[in-house]
Design a protein. Structure first.
Length: 355
């Protein structure tokens, strides 16, 4: 969802948490979270004083007023307690980059909450801030945070010194993958990479039109049909790339079905590299594609998809705001004994509930 305008309103939610905009009266919680030496075990010199906490909270409030984005208050949805701070902020020296940050109460560490926050925030940024590069800097000795950055989809691309400590030990520097459309004249150049990716997804059991062991020629022929639709401007090809340019996933929007479906786009062939499982790439690709539909297909109001039951895809799409709108029991036959439900889902481009 986009950041609401009201002070203190919810920015985004995860399974267990809500991240909301800060307000001046959050100062006591800010000091409590940021003045616990146990949460600065890897960088004790970085712990702010109470006065610095006051200044930083004031800066957070300014960020939200100016950018509709910043570091947010982390609230436990079950108890309503404030348990940390997390979010994205433009770097002082580079307004084109967004720094990923989270800090949680010491007693809440080790429960996977940092991972939950980071995965949701990175996917949100890819959808809503596509022109900004999401980055993170992590202390080399902080193994848990290094794992969290990688599980959120970020890729380590080197090391950099801290801005406040240019002579200090360099920190691991991460960047997020990007999702973008491919110009029609460049689609043909991706053929070998996409067919190879599609085959590996098939053989890993992915639900993208084939079964494991499908012949390359059949996959290539299916891809060529999609290329024809892209060339004829009936489809839009979206590609997920790592910072080094490697293709990690693809998806298509079919958006020109004619009357009375001009306002509808269909999601097709969403797939990510099976060798990169656990890296949050599926949610990132899907979020990025919704953002692309919003920006590049402005006449589209409704998004639809169909999937093969039995792989947990309903839960995956449901977490991204999609709603099941139809199901045909045993509507798909994969073999003489393997029948699956044929399931339809939809969501509005703007994220508001279906009515």
């Amino acid at each position: 969802m986009t950041a609401p305008a009201g002070e203190g309103s919810v920015w985004l939610t995860t399974e267990r948490l809500a991240l909301r905009r800060p307000r001046p009266e959050d100062l006591d919680d800010y000091v409590r979270v940021h003045n616990d030496p146990r949460t600065y075990a890897h960088s004790p010199a970085g712990m702010p004083s109470p006065e610095q906490c006051r200044e930083r909270l004031a800066a957070d409030l300014v960020d939200w007023q100016r950018d509709e984005l910043g570091y947010a208050v982390v609230v436990d949805r079950a108890s309503g307690d404030v348990i940390g701070w997390a979010g994205l902020r433009h770097k002082d020296s580079d307004h084109e980059s967004l720094n990923l940050y989270y800090r949680l109460e010491h007693d809440r560490l080790g429960a996977g909450l940092g991972r939950e926050i980071s995965r949701a925030v990175v996917a949100w940024a890819v959808e809503h801030r596509p022109d900004a590069l999401v980055t993170a800097m992590v202390d080399e000795v902080n193994a848990a945070s290094l794992r969290t950055a990688a599980s959120a989809g970020l890729v380590r691309v080197g090391t950099r010194p801290m801005r406040d400590e240019p002579d200090g030990t360099p920190m691991a520097y991460f960047e997020a993958p990007r999702v973008a459309t491919v110009p029609r004249e460049e689609v043909t150049d991706l053929r070998d990479a996409v067919v190879e990716l599609w085959q590996r997804v098939n053989d890993a059991g992915g639900s993208v039109g084939f079964l494991p062991g499908a012949a390359r020629r059949d996959v290539a022929a299916a891809w060529d049909r999609h290329v024809e639709d892209v060339d004829a401007r009936r489809s839009l090809l979206c590609v997920l790339r790592d910072p080094d340019g490697a293709v990690r996933g693809i998806g298509l929007w079919e958006h020109s079905r004619g009357f009375p479906h001009e306002h509808v786009a269909g999601l097709k062939r969403l797939m990510v590299d099976p060798d990169a499982q656990g890296r949050n790439l599926g949610p990132i690709l899907l979020a990025g594609m919704v953002g692309i539909a919003r920006r590049e297909l402005p006449w589209v109001e409704l998004l639809r998809l169909e999937y093969r039951d039995g792989l947990g895809l309903g839960e995956f799409y449901g977490r991204a705001g999609w709603t099941e709108v139809g199901r045909v029991p045993r509507g798909l036959r994969l073999s003489a004994t393997d029948y699956r439900d044929d399931v339809a889902m939809a969501r509005r481009v703007d994220g508001t509930p279906l009515s």
